[in-house]
Design a protein around this ligand. Sequence first.
Ligand code: GRF
Length: 205
Amino acid sequence: MTTPFPLGRPARIAVLASGRGSNLEALLAAFGPDEPLGRVALVISNRASAPALDKARAAGVEALHVAYGDGTTFEAEAGQALDAAGIDLVCLAGFMRILSPAFVRRYRGRLLNIHPSLLPAFRGLHAQRQALEAGVRESGCTVHFVDEGVDTGGMIVQRRVPVRADDDEETLAARIRAEEHRAFPEAVRKVLTGRARPPAEEVPG
Ligand code: GRF
C-alpha cells in the first residue's frame, strides 16, 4: 500500500510511548483538537505507570495500557485499538520495544520513530553514550520511517546539536531532547502533507 497522505481531512495520530513522554507532549501541543492537519487521538503504553499515559489523559486523549508480554498479544491488542480509533499515523516516541516485521509492514509509510542520534550513527540503545564514547563533536536526533530493521528506515528530519567537552550522558540527552521536540512535529507535518515518503515510494527527480 502506498502512503495515503495528504488525506484531505485531519489525520488521526496515535503515539506509542514507554516512559516520560516529553516527545508526546510536543506532539500533543502541535497536534491538538483544533489542528486541521492532524490530531493526537490515542496514546498506548506498554507500561501502566508511564507518565506518558497521565500526560495523554490530562490532554483529554484516550490513553491505553497494553501489557507487552511476548509481543504477540501486545501487537494484536494495540492493532485492534489503532483500528478501532481509525488511526492514520503511528508515532513511536520513546517506545522501548521492537515491533515485529508483520506489524511494521502493516503500517508501512505510516509508522515513525524518533532516535537520539544522527542516524545512521549510533543505532540501538544508549545512543548518547555511544556518541560520547566515540568522541564526536556533533550529535542530534533523527525522525525516520520504521522498517524491519532497528533504527534503519528512511529519514525524514534530522536536527543537530554540539557535543561539549564536559558533557555527560544526561547533559547531552537533554540538549538532544530539546531538538527532538522540534523535530518530531516537523516530521509529522512533512509526512501528513505528503512531502516525506518512505524510500521505495520516492519519485525520482
Ligand atoms: C527520546 O530520547 C527518544 O529519542 C528515544 O526515547 C526518548 C523518549 O523520551 N527514542 P520521552 O519519553 O519522549 O521524554
